[in-house]
Ligand binder design. Structure first.
Ligand SMILES: Cc1ncc(COP(=O)(O)O)c(C=O)c1O
Length: 337
């Protein structure tokens, strides 16, 4: 199976093999303002709790402006601290900017809106570990940005928060405890088990774990070390090359392109805008051939304040995909056009 996330299919993980003694930084120039944590979902909880403690959210009914079409558990996590809302209103205290699939939202428009309405701004970079907008890294425009390592590397778990704000940094430091390390190790194993054996029973176990992701805080060493190794092995560059190859090969059948001010984007998955019938046929055939895919809504305005959703087919493009597999994805789609 070729999945959206790169997987770790080693059945017995060797933790000492994963020790990393090199010097690679996952976030390069931005590393000094990064705090690693358990996962992206944990990052959501920690940051929103910060805005509760400083009174930006008055109570649990205060609201956060969010876009539609994020994963259910993202909204569920938010609900532990506030109410996510799709509509601007007087109870909105902050904005959640989702850089879908790694493609930047138009940050200059969103930051102006935040200034005008006195809102805090969090960037969701779960899909945008290494994407830039006008030369600046996504995640560094707002008050803070959240990241998910396991969407980019076979790290099983792992998340990060970027912020230059010292008060947020010290809140994160205080939130990181070892209180639940035994339980978090169990969750690590369950998450890994799902990668090796994604049965309904295992998925149900993981889903139960999601409900308590806010109790965990530390990033597993294993996750951090594997991610650093992948950076050293140029996983991000491979991803970018794969993405560009898919886009180029399907140029003649695409109905739309994401135009960007610069090309420094490492997408989580590759969105393809094809006629609906083609996307439906491609989804069936790709799934049959063991490629994870689906038809989803993408904001082609890249502006959550004035979005325009268009359906696209998403296919994996991560660094573990070899040339043959990439070719298989491309020719399968071509065969149904
Ligand atoms: C948009 C978005 N934000 C945050 C997360 C949470 O990341 P993680 O899987 O590392 O908990 C996800 C993952 O599903 C996501 O899709």
């Amino acid at each position: 199976m070729i999945t959206f996330n790169p997987l770790n299919l080693t059945s017995k993980l060797n933790f000492s093999d994963a020790l990393y003694k090199g010097t690679a930084d996952i976030f390069a120039d931005y590393e000094k303002d990064i705090k690693y944590i358990f996962s992206g979902k944990t990052a959501i909880y920690i940051l929103l709790q910060y805005f509760r403690t400083i009174g930006a959210f008055k109570n649990k009914t205060s609201q956060l402006l969010v876009p539609p079409w994020m994963g259910t558990w993202v909204y569920i996590m938010m609900h532990k601290c506030c109410f996510p809302s799709l509509v601007m209103n007087k109870d909105i205290a902050g904005i959640w900017v989702y850089h879908q699939y790694g493609f930047p939202q138009k940050m200059e428009l969103i930051l102006d809106f935040c200034d005008e309405n006195n809102l805090f701004c969090i960037e969701d970079c779960a899909h945008a570990l290494s994407s830039f907008y006008n030369g600046q890294k996504l995640g560094s425009f707002g008050d803070a940005g959240i990241f998910s390592l396991a969407k980019f590397f076979p790290s099983v778990l792992g998340g990060a928060i970027y912020t230059k704000n010292d008060r947020i940094k010290s809140f994160i430091n205080k939130s990181i405890t070892t209180d639940y390390s035994e339980l978090s190790q169990k969750v690590f194993n369950i998450r890994h088990e799902v990668e090796i054996c994604p049965t309904a029973k295992n998925m149900l176990k993981l889903e139960q774990c999601y409900a308590v992701y806010d109790y965990f805080s530390e990033c597993p060493d294993y996750s951090l070390n594997i991610s650093k190794k992948c950076i050293e092995d140029k996983a991000i560059e491979k991803r970018k090359t794969n993405y560009l190859k898919i886009i180029k090969e399907l140029e003649s059948v695409s109905t739309f392109y994401i135009e960007l001010p610069n090309k420094n984007i490492a997408p989580w998955v590759c969105p393809l805008f094809l006629p609906l019938k083609t996307m439906q046929k491609a989804t069936q055939k790709l799934s049959k051939n063991g490629v994870e895919c689906g038809i989803y809504h993408f904001d082609i305005n890249r502006n959550m304040l004035n979005p325009k959703y268009k359906k696209c087919l998403i296919v994996p493009c991560h660094g573990q995909i070899n040339d043959n597999q990439l070719e298989k994805i491309i020719t399968t789609i071509q065969s149904v056009t």
